[in-house]
Design a protein around this ligand. Structure first.
Ligand SMILES: *[C@@H]1O[C@H](CO)[C@@H](O)[C@H](O)[C@H]1NC(C)=O
Ligand SMILES: *[C@@H]1O[C@H](CO)[C@@H](O)[C@H](O)[C@H]1NC(C)=O
Ligand SMILES: *[C@@H]1O[C@H](CO)[C@@H](O)[C@H](O)[C@H]1NC(C)=O
Ligand SMILES: *[C@@H]1O[C@H](CO)[C@@H](O)[C@H](O)[C@H]1NC(C)=O
Ligand SMILES: *[C@@H]1O[C@H](CO)[C@@H](O)[C@H](O)[C@H]1NC(C)=O
Ligand SMILES: *[C@@H]1O[C@H](CO)[C@@H](O)[C@H](O)[C@H]1NC(C)=O
Ligand SMILES: *[C@@H]1O[C@H](CO)[C@@H](O)[C@H](O)[C@H]1NC(C)=O
Ligand SMILES: *[C@@H]1O[C@H](CO)[C@@H](O)[C@H](O)[C@H]1NC(C)=O
Ligand SMILES: *[C@@H]1O[C@H](CO)[C@@H](O)[C@H](O)[C@H]1NC(C)=O
Ligand SMILES: *[C@@H]1O[C@H](CO)[C@@H](O)[C@H](O)[C@H]1NC(C)=O
Ligand SMILES: *[C@@H]1O[C@H](CO)[C@@H](O)[C@H](O)[C@H]1NC(C)=O
Ligand SMILES: *[C@@H]1O[C@H](CO)[C@@H](O)[C@H](O)[C@H]1NC(C)=O
Length: 624
C-alpha cells in the first residue's frame, strides 16, 4: 500500500516536472528572450550613445546585457529596466514573448506609437513603467489579462480613447497612474471595484461624467485619489467617506457642483485635500476641522461663501490654507489663538473678508506666504508682523488698511511685498529698503510721503519697485506694453530695474514721493527717460537746461531730433503715433516741472493724464 502510494506520488512528480520542462524548452527559453530583445532593439531608432548597439550583442548572454536581469535560476529574463536612457522608437510586439518578465521599466525615454496588444501576453508582469514617453493610440485592453500586475504607470503620455473595462481584471493592482494623457469617457466602474488599489491618479485627462454614488464601497486600501483636471461633473459623492484610508484627495479643476460634503470630515487620515477650480457653492463645513492630520487645504477658485470656520485656525497640522478667489466673507476670528505652528501658506486673496487682521495671526511663525490681496481688511498692520521671520511673500494690496507701515517689516526677509491700494500713510520706513532679499515692492496708491534713499539701485540691484502713484506705478506698466510693441527694442538701459539703477538714470537721488517737489522731479525723470540725457549732460551749459531743450523742441517741431533713438526711429511702423505719444508725455513733463510749485500740475492729475495717454496709445497701436 505504502509502495503504491510512493509510486503514485513519484509519477505525478515526474509528470509535472516533464510538463514544465517541455513547456520551457518547446515553447520559450532564453533564446526566445534574446530574439525578443533583439527585435525590440531593432525598432529603437534613437539611442544617443549607442549603448545598446554595442552592449546588446548576440555573442554575450542576454543576462549580461545592460538593463536586463535574469531570474528563474538564471534561465530567463525577468526584468528589463531602460529608464532614462534617451531612447526613442516604437515598441516591438515581440516584447510580448518575454514570458517570464516580472518588471518592465522604459520610463523617461521618448518611445512613441501605440502600445502593442502583445504586452498583454506578459502574464508574469508585476510592474509596468511606461511613464514619460510619447505613446499614443488606445489603451490596450489586453493589459487587463496580466492578472499579476501590481503597478501600472503610464503617466505623461498621449493615450487616447476610453479606459477599457478590462482594467477591472487586474485583481492585484495597487497603483494605477494614467495621469497626463488624453483619455476620454467616464471612469470605468471596474476601477472602483478593485479592493487591491492603494493609489489612483487620473489627473489631467479628459474624463467626463459623474462619479458613482457608491464609489468607495470597495476601496478599503485607497490612500491616494487624484482626479484633478478633467471634466468630471455632478456632486461629490457622500460615499467618499468610506474610503477611510485616504491621505490625498484631489478633485480640483473639474466641473463638480453642489457643496462640500460634511462627510469629508470623516476622512481621518487625510493629509491633502484639493477641491478648487470647481463650481462648489455653500460654506466650508465645520467638520473639516475633524481632519487632524490635514496639511494642505486647497479650496481656491470657487463660489464658496460665508466665513472660514474658526476651528480651522486651530488645526495644528496645516501647512497650506488656500481659499483664493471665492466669495468668502466675514472677519477672521480675533479672540482665538491661531494655533498653526507649521502653517506656511495662507492665501485668502480675492474674497470679501473684512475687519481687522487679527494680531494673533502674526504668531504663525512658519508663514512663508501671506496673501490677502483684494479683500476689505481694515485697521493697522501690527508691528507683530516682525515675528514672521520666514515670510517671503506678503500681499496686503487692495484692502482698506490704514495707519503707518510698521518699521518691523524691515526685519523680515521678504522677496515680494505688495501693499498697494490701501490707505496707509506716513513715511515708508527706510529699513524696508535694506531688505537685501527684496525683489518686488509695490507701494502704489497710498498716501506715503518722504524721500527715497539715494543709491537705491545700488543696494537692491534686482528690485522691481512699483512706487506710489508717482513714479513706477504707471510708467513701468506703460513701458511693458510699449516694449511689447517693440518700441523699446534693444534698450536694456531702459528696463524697469534700470529706471532705478545706476545706468543712465539715478532715480533715487531725486526721488521724493507725493509732494509738490515730487511732481517736479517726476517731470525731470520723464524728460530724462525719453531723451536719454541727464540734466548734468555737457550739452546743457548755461541757458540750455534739459527743460529748456525739451520745451524748445516741443514748440519748434524738432522733437524727433531729441528723442532717444533707441525708442523711436523715423522708419518705425506707427512712427507718427509714437511721436504723438512721446510728445504728450513730454508736454506732461513740462507741466510737472513748472518752476513755481503752486502752478505745477497736481500728482493726481498726472496720473489721470498718463492713463489717458496710455489708453490712447494702446488703442491705436493695438488696432494696427
Ligand atoms: C530554445 O528553444 C528553441 C525552439 O523553441 C530551440 O531550438 C533551442 O534549442 C532552445 N535553446 C535552448 C538553449 O534550450
Ligand atoms: C514571439 O512569439 C511569437 C508567437 O509565439 C512568434 O511568432 C514570434 O516569432 C516570436 N518572436 C520572436 C522575436 O521570437
Ligand atoms: C554591457 O553593459 C554591462 C553593464 O554596464 C556590462 O557589465 C557588460 O560587460 C557590457 N557588455 C558588453 C558586451 O559590452
Ligand atoms: C530602474 O532603474 C532605476 C535606476 O537606474 C531605478 O531608479 C528604478 O527604480 C528601476 N526600476 C524598477 C522598476 O526597478
Ligand atoms: C515627465 O514628463 C513631464 C511632461 O512632459 C515633464 O513635465 C516632467 O518633467 C517629466 N519628468 C521627468 C523626470 O523627466
Ligand atoms: C485574455 O483574457 C481573456 C479573458 O480571460 C481570454 O479570453 C483571452 O484568451 C486572453 N487573451 C490572451 C491573449 O491571453
Ligand atoms: C476581463 O474583463 C472583461 C471585461 O470586464 C470581462 O468580460 C472578462 O470576464 C474579464 N476576464 C477575466 C479573466 O477576469
Ligand atoms: C474633452 O472633452 C470635451 C467634451 O467632453 C471635448 O469637447 C474636448 O474636445 C475634449 N478635449 C480633448 C483634448 O479631447
Ligand atoms: C466632527 O466635527 C463635528 C463638528 O465640528 C463634531 O461635532 C463631531 O464630533 C466630529 N466628529 C468626529 C468623529 O470627530
Ligand atoms: C474701503 O472702505 C470704504 C469706506 O469704508 C469702502 O467704500 C470701500 O468699499 C472699501 N474698499 C474695500 C476694498 O473694501
Ligand atoms: C511678536 O512681536 C512683538 C513685537 O515685535 C513682540 O512684543 C512679541 O513678543 C512677539 N511675539 C512672539 C510670540 O514672539
Ligand atoms: C480709503 O481711501 C479711499 C480712496 O481714497 C476712500 O474712498 C476710502 O473711503 C478710504 N477708506 C478708509 C477706510 O479710510
Amino acid at each position: 500500500m505504502g509502495k503504491t502510494c510512493f509510486l503514485f506520488v513519484a509519477a505525478v512528480w515526474l509528470l509535472k516536472c516533464c510538463f514544465i520542462a517541455s513547456l520551457d524548452s518547446t515553447v520559450t527559453n532564453l533564446t526566445t528572450d534574446q530574439s525578443a530583445l533583439l527585435a525590440f532593439k531593432s525598432q529603437i531608432t534613437i539611442h544617443p550613445e549607442d549603448v545598446l548597439a554595442n552592449n546588446w550583442s548576440a555573442t554575450t548572454s542576454v543576462c549580461h546585457w545592460i538593463g536586463v536581469s535574469c531570474g528563474a535560476g538564471g534561465q530567463r529574463v525577468t526584468a528589463l529596466n531602460l529608464t532614462d536612457m534617451g531612447l526613442g522608437g516604437t515598441i516591438s510586439p515581440h516584447l510580448g514573448n518575454l514570458s517570464f518578465l516580472a518588471s518592465l521599466d522604459i520610463s523617461y525615454n521618448s518611445f512613441h506609437g501605440n502600445l502593442p496588444e502583445q504586452l498583454g501576453h506578459l502574464h508574469q508582469l508585476e510592474e509596468l513603467f511606461l511613464n514619460n514617453n510619447s505613446f499614443g493610440g488606445a489603451f490596450p485592453s489586453l493589459l487587463g489579462n496580466i492578472s499579476k500586475l501590481q503597478i501600472l504607470n503610464i503617466r505623461y503620455n498621449s493615450l487616447q480613447g476610453e479606459i477599457p473595462e478590462e482594467i477591472g481584471n487586474l485583481s492585484n493592482l495597487k497603483l494605477l497612474d494614467l495621469s497626463f494623457n488624453q483619455l476620454t469617457g467616464s471612469i470605468p466602474s471596474a476601477i472602483f471595484n478593485k479592493p487591491s488599489l492603494e493609489f489612483i491618479d487620473l489627473t489631467a485627462n479628459n474624463l467626463s461624467d459623474s462619479l458613482p454614488i457608491d464609489m468607495c464601497n470597495h476601496l478599503p486600501k485607497l490612500e491616494t485619489l487624484s482626479l484633478s483636471l478633467n471634466q468630471l461633473r455632478g456632486q461629490i459623492p457622500l460615499n467618499l467617506c468610506k474610503c477611510s484610508g485616504l491621505q490625498i484627495l484631489s478633485l480640483s479643476d473639474n466641473l463638480f457642483n453642489g457643496s462640500i460634503p460634511r462627510e469629508i470630515g470623516n476622512l481621518a487620515m487625510l493629509k491633502e485635500l484639493y477641491l478648487g477650480g470647481n463650481r462648489l457653492k455653500g460654506v466650508i463645513p465645520q467638520e473639516m476641522a475633524n481632519l487632524t492630520s490635514l496639511e494642505v487645504l486647497s479650496l481656491r477658485i470657487g463660489s464658496l461663501t460665508g466665513p472660514v470656520p474658526s476651528s480651522i485656525f486651530n488645526m495644528s497640522s496645516l501647512k497650506v490654507i488656500d481659499c483664493k478667489n471665492n466669495n468668502l466673507s466675514g472677519s477672521l476670528p480675533v479672540n482665538i489663538q491661531y494655533h498653526l505652528p507649521v502653517l506656511e501658506v495662507l492665501d485668502l486673496s480675492s474674497n470679501q473678508f473684512s475687519g481687522q487682521i487679527p494680531s494673533n495671526l502674526w504668531e504663525c511663525k512658519g508663514l512663508r506666504s501671506l496673501l490677502f490681496l483684494a479683500n476689505g481688511f481694515t485697521g493697522n498692520i501690527s508691528k507683530n508682523i516682525g515675528n514672521l521671520t520666514l515670510l517671503k511673500e506678503l500681499d496686503l494690496g487692495q484692502n482698506n488698511l490704514t495707519g503707518l507701515l510698521p518699521e518691523e517689516i524691515g526685519n523680515l526677509n521678504l522677496e515680494r511685498f505688495w501693499v498697494d491700494e490701501n490707505n496707509l500713510t506716513g513715511v515708508i520706513p527706510s529699513k524696508i529698503f535694506n531688505i537685501s532679499t527684496l525683489k518686488l515692492l509695490t507701494l502704489a496708491s497710498n498716501d506715503f510721503f518722504g524721500r527715497l534713499p539715494s543709491n537705491l539701485g545700488n543696494r537692491l540691484p534686482n528690485l522691481n519697485i512699483q512706487l506710489p502713484i508717482t513714479n513706477a506705478d504707471l510708467l513701468p506698466r506703460v513701458w511693458r506694453r510699449i516694449s511689447h510693441h517693440e518700441l523699446l527694442r534693444a534698450t536694456n538701459a531702459f528696463s524697469e530695474s534700470n529706471l532705478l539703477g545706476t545706468g543712465s538714470f539715478e532715480y533715487g537721488t531725486e526721488g521724493i514721493i507725493s509732494t509738490r517737489g515730487d511732481v517736479y522731479s517726476y517731470g525731470v525723470m520723464l524728460m530724462e527717460v525719453f531723451t536719454r540725457k541727464k540734466p548734468t549732460d555737457e550739452l546743457f551749459s548755461g541757458e540750455m537746461s534739459l527743460k529748456y531743450w525739451v520745451s524748445k523742441s516741443l514748440h519748434d517741431g524738432s522733437l524727433v531730433e531729441i528723442v532717444d533713438t533707441n525708442l523711436i526711429r523715423k522708419e518705425d511702423v506707427n512712427f507718427s503715433t509714437k511721436m504723438e505719444f512721446v510728445s504728450s508725455i513730454l508736454q506732461l513733463a513740462m507741466d510737472c516741472s513748472i518752476d513755481l510749485p503752486d502752478e505745477r500740475i497736481h500728482m493726481k492729475d498726472v496720473v489721470v493724464t498718463l492713463k489717458k495717454i496710455k489708453v490712447k496709445f494702446l488703442a491705436i497701436t493695438e488696432r494696427a
